[in-house]
Design a protein around this ligand. Structure first.
Ligand SMILES: [Zn+2]
Length: 132
């Protein structure tokens, strides 16, 4: 079964050489984490609180009220942010359980614009976020 968990953070950024996004501005980002695993005998796939206390805390610490161009060596587009967050979720979840896998990480830059990173995208593009 799949679970969805929503997170949110506020951050500033600009996209170098972009005609409109080249100016420094901010977004109220939303992040949707999609995980999948079996329902355990206790009735859970994974406790939502575990996701909040791991992924949620990390997101707040790394992204909330940050200027993303100063935080990262790569251009902070929704696409690359989703890849970067997928990588962290993959490793965080892997350290907690082998049963539950990350299916996708969606980064909503606005209500109408989002980037979705799957396992295949993470494999293809994580080098663009300087990830091993
Ligand atoms: Zn922007």
């Amino acid at each position: 079964m799949k679970l969805l968990k929503h997170f949110a953070f506020e951050a500033g950024h600009f996209i170098p050489d972009h005609p409109t996004c080249g100016q420094i501005h901010g977004h109220s980002y939303k992040v949707t984490l999609e995980v999948e695993g079996p329902i355990s005998p206790s009735g859970f796939v994974i406790d939502f609180n575990v996701l909040k206390n791991t992924v949620g805390f990390w997101l707040k610490e790394v992204f909330d009220h940050k200027f993303l161009n100063s935080s990262f060596e790569w251009s902070p587009t929704a696409e690359l942010i989703s890849v970067y967050i997928f990588d962290k979720c993959y490793h965080l979840l892997g350290s907690i359980t082998q049963d539950v896998k990350v299916v996708s990480v969606t980064v909503w830059e606005t209500e109408s614009n989002a980037a979705v990173c799957t396992m295949a995208d993470w494999a293809l593009f994580r080098h663009m976020c300087k990830l091993p």
